[in-house]
Design a protein around this ligand. Sequence first.
Ligand code: ADP
Length: 350
Amino acid sequence: MNLSSRTIAILISLLVAGVLTAYAHFGPTLAFREAFLAAGVTVAACFLLVYLSFEALIFREINSIYAGLEHIKRKEFKQMSNKFLFRPEPVKRVRDEILLMAERRQQELDELVRLQALRREFLADVSHELKTPLFAAQGFVHTILDDEDDDIDLATRRKFLSKAAASLDTLDALVQDLVTIAQLEKGVVRMRRQRFDLIALVREIFELLEQQAARRGTALELFPPNLPAELPVVADRNRIRQVLVNLIDNAIKYGRENGRVIVALGESGRTVRISVRDDGAGIAPEHQARIFERFYRIDKSRSRESGGSGLGLAISKHIVEAHKSSIKVKSTIGEGTTLEFKLNKPKSVG
Ligand code: ADP
């Protein structure tokens, strides 16, 4: 039977009134002894009624809190609410506190579990990535060292040594990328605010990647053809250079052979939009958000062959976000991919 505090109060009042009226009716002129007796009986009746009612109610409230704790155990926080008919303030406060604390602790726990899983995954990825070039270099060096009878001719030795050196270079690049990403994630890297010309930077990167593009027959183009003499932006030049080298390098690597890589620069309001477009195989929608994750590769074998660490886009995303911008991918299978971000123009311009 669920009685609210109001119903109980009414019942008590009716009972007290009943007792008093009965006395008044049966003994209108009460002698001292009877009056004393009447008071005693009334007090006893009231006490018993009030005491038992509150005992019952508090017992029920505590039961209700226990039921709530059961919900917390099962993480059903929402189901705890509004099960209380009788709500003495302290009981309600205790209940709300418990609920709030449980919800907070659960969130913390969920976050810790998530971080722990990420850490484990990261460690597994790092050791896997380090092992590949390390074992390759080790293999080549040991083959030469173990050749005590000089069976391997000089040219082959040189070839093995240069392969070992190439593996060590990959290892070096990977370690540098790991250091960079660790610093970016810790937030210890401050982005400089420098004014520089974006067009000159893109031309510089085209020169750097010229040979690599030529090997795949890729044409590197700036768009639109009628760009102004200079396009100043405010950002950290070295870091933006790193982002653009990575995006253009990817566009060459994953773009079509004998295709085109177009770097388009467009002014819009106080910002400059930079996009790097290729006409490669494209990225399926389910991979599009994931390519910015550390070590995420769509085609694992092919990407490793082409020497990527799988950290380039993760680093680029951090750098662009540290410039209070975001990096977006648009891609259509069979048509190509565009990666795009914005940078601020200097205040005095536009
Ligand atoms: P990687 O060193 O492997 O190139 P990135 O972080 O630069 O690492 O890129 C992550 C993955 O995203 C690549 O392995 C590739 O599968 C995919 N990717 C990046 N850019 C492109 C692109 N322009 N076209 C198709 N796939 C791309």
